[in-house]
Design a protein around this ligand. Sequence first.
Ligand SMILES: Cc1cc2nc3c(=O)[nH]c(=O)nc-3n(C[C@H](O)[C@H](O)[C@H](O)COP(=O)(O)O)c2cc1C
Length: 326
Amino acid sequence: MLTTRLTERLGITHPIIQAPMANAAGGGLAAAVSRAGGLGFIGGGYGDREWIANEFLKVGNQPVGCGFITWTLEQDSRPLDETLERNPAAIFLSFGDPEPYVQRIKKSGALLICQVQTVKDARHAIDVGADVIVAQGAEAGGHGESRATMTLVPEVADMIAKVKEETLLVAAGGIGDGRGLAASLMLGADGVLVGTRFWASSEAQVHANMHRAAIAASGDDTLRTNVLDVVRNLDWAERYTARALKNMFSDKWHQNTDELKVAAPQVAEGWAAAWGTGDTEIANTIVGEVTGLISDIKPAAEIIETMVAEASDIISNKFRQNVKQK
Ligand SMILES: Cc1cc2nc3c(=O)[nH]c(=O)nc-3n(C[C@H](O)[C@H](O)[C@H](O)COP(=O)(O)O)c2cc1C
């Protein structure tokens, strides 16, 4: 058992939060993670209201949260408002300014979790009222920025200690086993956010070909790119790129995104079809560097159990051979 401020404050058994991954994290995964003692999230992503409503029907009486890509709420905040009526345990906002949404989230009683990629944005999220800061490093799968988890987490921890000590800190990006969990706690985090490792679970909504591609891949086979957003005509700010597996599509377009913008109307349909059929040479498999540490697809509960057991072993010094103390 690993008891931290996060487990105590959220009333969960393990200091593990599952990332609200657009498309992949539905109600089945979120409920499985919460049932196993973590906190599960539905990936509300770009705000498909019907999809979110359906996924909430699958969670039963498990407490789960829901995540949103913050900048999409500027165009339409109904996905958030409807979600708040479902009494989520928490709302997870990432990629944009959380401030316009803080009051209604707090009023609903849901916990506010803000994922950030810089110390400056962490400070802003604290100032506007975030209960939990997720410091996300560039190793992460999906969208993110450029700071590394190894330095971002302790820098944010130091800042939190100075400005608002009661704010909880969660590390994200590259955490997929007990080593990552133990290391994150050493860096000053109260817990971890896990994306790619739960994406590679039996409950995730992922095409089997993509699972196979991720298992075969090394972290070396990933890149941060915006080709996925250009081809899907998604209006992401330039500062954010997405980490995914390299493939023929990214080989062709990653260095030529201006040309891809011109070609997108012709190319987009093929990319979307490839996503549906699991053609991993055209549609990009969205995973982080930690894909290189993943060799199987297993139930979320087993992932949590193994991570916690490994981390507890490390913390109680059974892995002493790595550190020779006199
Ligand atoms: C397939 C996939 C989809 C993701 N979608 C979202 C999303 O919709 N919203 C979000 O805030 N983060 C999203 N992320 C990023 C996660 O929140 C998290 O930061 C990341 O997965 C952590 O790094 P890891 O993948 O190494 O565990 C996604 C990540 C993956 C792998």
